[in-house]
Each structure stands twice: as C-alpha cells, then as structure tokens.
Design a protein around this ligand. Structure first.
Ligand code: CO
Ligand code: ZN
Length: 333
C-alpha cells in the first residue's frame, strides 16, 4: 500500500479544490466499483454491492481535501498575505513551503517581531514566491496552496503532509479492492471540504440516506514527550471513536466494531478526541439521523506538514473494516 499512500499524500487538494486528488482516486477505483458518480459538491460516491435481506445501506467516508492557505492580499514588493483553509497553526508555518495549484512554490515567514522566540499570528506572516513586484507575481488574490513536503518511509512509520486524510482515502480504496462478498450495499465516499466543516459529507449523506455510517479519519496520539491529552498510541491498532467535540458515536456501532476486532484478533483502542470532529458527525445528523462511528488512524503531529502514522495501524484498519463489512451487522448484541 505504500506506493498508493505516497501518490495520494503528495497530491495537491485543498478544501474546495479536490479535482486532482479525485481524478487519481477515480483511476484507482473504476475497475473495482459497481458504479460511481460525482455530486454537486465534488464528492466521489462509489457503490459496491446490493442490499440483501440481512444487509444494510452503509456509507463510508474519508475526506479527500487537506488544509491549505488562500491569498488575501499582494503588496507592491510581491509579498503575499494569506489566511488558512481549515486548521492551520502559525507555529507549523515559519520556514514551511507551500505549493499553488499552478505549481508555483513559496516560502512562509513572519514579520520581525523583535524576538526569535515569538510566533506571529497568520495575519503577520507572508509568503515569498521569489517575485520582486506585484506585477511579477504568477499568483493572484484568491489563489490557494497546500503545504509542500514529500512522503518519507521510515519503515514502520510513514511521514508526510496530508496523511489527514489521504491515509483514510488509501484505506477506503484498499477495502474496496479487497472486499469480495458482502450482504451490504456499500457507498465508499471520498468527501470534499471536511477541513472547513464536513460540508461534502453533509450533502453526500443526504443523497445516500444510509442505515449506518463509518468515517475513516486520523486522530492525534498522546504518545510523545509530555503529552497526555490522548490515550491513543501509534502501533496499538485502529482507534474506535467513542466521542469527539461534534459527535457521540452510537454505542451499538462502537460495540459491533469492538466485537469484530476481538473476533478477528485485530488490536484496537478506544478513541476520544478533545478537539475537532469528523465526517461521521455530518452523517449522524443527516435527514432523520443515522447510527455512526469512526475508525481513527492514530497520528502524531496532526495538521503539521509532517504527520506521522504507523503502517501496522493502517493495515489493521483495512483488516477491521473488511471484516466488519463482509457479514451482517447486528446492532442489538
Ligand atoms: Co484534519
Ligand atoms: Zn481529517
């Protein structure tokens, strides 16, 4: 799966501009899907299977978009001011490089604050694209960019920008390829605009009207020096989400995922996220409501240009989801 992961994480796709990454995913799924379509918000909705007597209509969601920046102002000397698209933190920005959709690369730095110890807010940062005047800029107000950082394979640990949530995208593709027989009608959805408020999943869930929903997304670990905000650890298995700030998972779905993991001997962890939410929230409150949970890939340094995941967790998430989807799901156990 590493080749697929490298390809997906290095693609450029800030929220609202998912065309590149979506085309890449279409290439991967077109021969294994029963059918697929792209809706008005740009979600890629891929169906596999028909609902049988003991099956459900299930929506899976992994978001294609990634955090990025948008140009808000260009000064006489060709320096760009910008705002974040999604959760962009100033301390990840200084010295980082961004890549615009036209391939133009720029360096982010901050105004002189009189101290090297201080990190400026985004409004006091700028992007230098090597232009010396406004006229020379190949980039215009309203243009968008993503952080630029190549995929690095550290063996068990994989590092890149946009693991959030291309790792979820890779997992969905892999499950779609591996799943042979299933009683369910499964919609593998690759959503847009998650990082700005789960907007793609909102319309996709309305259209699909599923009986059950599972998002696949990253969640931050607490297994780094002096960090106890999360009990999640790398290499201890996929997280099964209990709660985040936007959603409480349906306990029946949580239990059915735990039962599947235990029956198949797949390691897992209970996951509680103290800041943020996922596409599962949008599915849960779609139409008249849907039972949902989320499988969380434990991730260090979330929303930085160097997000780190463990390859075993990735493979175990594929195993868990495949085992879950290949037989009837009993929510009353
Ligand atoms: Co995110
Ligand atoms: Zn995410």
């Amino acid at each position: 799966m590493k080749q697929l992961i490298k390809k997906l994480v290095e693609a450029t796709g800030p929220s609202g501009y998912e065309d590149n990454i979506r085309n890449m995913i279409v290439d991967e799924i077109k021969t294994v899907a029963d059918d697929f379509k792209i809706d008005a918000l740009g979600n890629l909705i891929v169906r596999k299977g028909q609902k049988s007597a003991d099956g459900m209509r299930i929506m899976l969601a992994a978001h294609m978009d990634e955090i990025g920046i948008i140009v808000t102002h260009i000064d006489e000397n060709g320096f760009l001011r910008f705002a974040g698209i999604g959760g962009v933190f100033p301390f990840h920005c200084i010295g980082s490089r961004v890549e615009f959709l036209n391939g133009q690369v720029g360096v982010i730095y901050q105004e002189d604050l009189g101290s090297r110890e201080k990190v400026a807010p985004l409004q006091k940062m700028y992007i230098d694209i090597g232009a010396s005047s406004k006229e020379e800029c190949s980039v215009k107000i309203g243009d968008v960019a993503v952080f630029q950082r190549p995929f690095t394979d550290l063996g068990n640990r994989l590092v890149s920008k946009a693991m959030d949530d291309r790792i979820g995208v890779a997992i969905e593709i892999e499950v779609l390829k591996q799943l042979k027989d299933s009683p369910h009608e499964i919609y593998f959805v690759f959503t847009t605009q998650e990082e700005v408020g789960t907007r793609g999943a909102t319309t996709a869930a309305f259209g699909i009207d599923p009986d059950l929903g599972i998002a696949i997304d990253i969640a931050p670990t607490g297994d780094v020096p002096k960090d106890r905000r999360s009990a999640l650890k790398l290499a201890a298995g996929p997280g099964i989400k209990v709660k985040d700030t936007g959603m409480i998972s349906d306990p029946r779905v949580v239990r059915s995922l735990v039962n599947t993991a235990e029956a198949a001997n797949i390691p897992y962890q209970m996951e509680i996220l103290l800041m943020g939410s996922t596409d599962a929230r949008a599915i849960q409150i779609a139409k008249s409501g849907v039972p949902v949970s989320c499988l969380s890939i434990p991730t260090r340094y979330a929303h930085s240009p160097s997000e780190m995941v463990d390859y075993n967790d990735v493979q175990n998430t594929v195993k868990l989801l495949t085992a879950y989807l290949c037989k009837p799901i009993n929510l009353s156990l």
